[in-house]
Structures are given as structure tokens and as C-alpha cells.
Design a protein around this ligand. Structure first.
Ligand code: FE2
Length: 126
């Protein structure tokens, strides 16, 4: 593999990871919104921490792309946003089922970051 093709492949993988974090964040956001009852406040906080993690991951991947003088793939960004929003919408219906809560539980256990949430535009500025 030539250095140029290795670089191109790395950029593609980072673009996929970057957009995947977007899908995950939207999915967790939708799931969090599905937990409206007061007794689910702990789950909501856990999901907030997971969402913060996803945003932090996204920023880290974006920094890697910048170091390679590359940009996110806007088409993939839109696609993964649709997927994340769809999953989040499904949680409005199926949020009480384990399939919707298990990933959040495993991620939150490792999340030390408690900073606030932020919404981001498609044409990333972070
Ligand atoms: Fe992540």
C-alpha cells in the first residue's frame, strides 16, 4: 500500500467514525427524550453523560481529520444523522426495551465528563 492510498484510507475511516459519532449522539438524544417520567431521572443523567462522551469522541476525530487536512464527508454526515434520528425516534416507542438501554449503560460506566451538552450544525465548526 502506498503512503497516498494509506492516507486516503485513513481519512475515509476517520470520516466514517466522525459521522458514526453523530448517529450515536442523535440516537442517545432521542432515547434520552423518551425517558420523561421522573423516576427515570437517573437514566436521563446517564444518557446525558454518554451523549457528552459521543460529542467528545466526535471532536477528537475531527481534530485528527484536521491534522490530515481533510474534511468530514457531508453526504455521510447527512446519512448518519438520518440514521441516528431514526433510532432516537424508535426509542420514543421502544425505549423501555433492553435493546435501547444496554448500550447507554455500558458507555456511561466509563464516562468521567460531566460538561454540558451542545448542538452542532452539519458544517462542523468544532
Ligand atoms: Fe463514541
Amino acid at each position: 500500500m502506498s503512503p497516498a492510498s494509506a492516507r486516503a484510507e485513513l481519512i475515509t475511516l476517520l470520516q466514517m467514525a466522525y459521522s458514526g459519532e453523530r448517529a450515536a449522539a442523535y440516537a442517545y438524544l432521542g432515547h434520552r427524550r423518551s425517558l420523561r417520567r421522573p423516576k427515570r431521572a437517573d437514566d436521563r443523567e446517564m444518557l446525558r453523560l454518554v451523549l457528552v462522551d459521543e460529542i467528545r469522541h466526535r471532536r477528537a476525530v475531527r481534530a485528527m481529520l484536521r491534522r490530515l487536512n481533510a474534511e468530514p464527508d457531508t453526504r455521510r454526515e447527512r446519512k448518519m444523522q438520518r440514521i441516528g434520528v431514526t433510532i432516537g425516534a424508535f426509542c420514543q416507542v421502544g425505549g423501555r426495551y433492553p435493546g435501547c438501554t444496554a448500550p447507554a449503560s455500558s458507555n456511561a460506566a466509563t464516562s468521567p465528563d460531566k460538561s454540558s451538552l451542545r448542538v452542532w450544525p452539519t458544517s462542523q465548526a468544532n
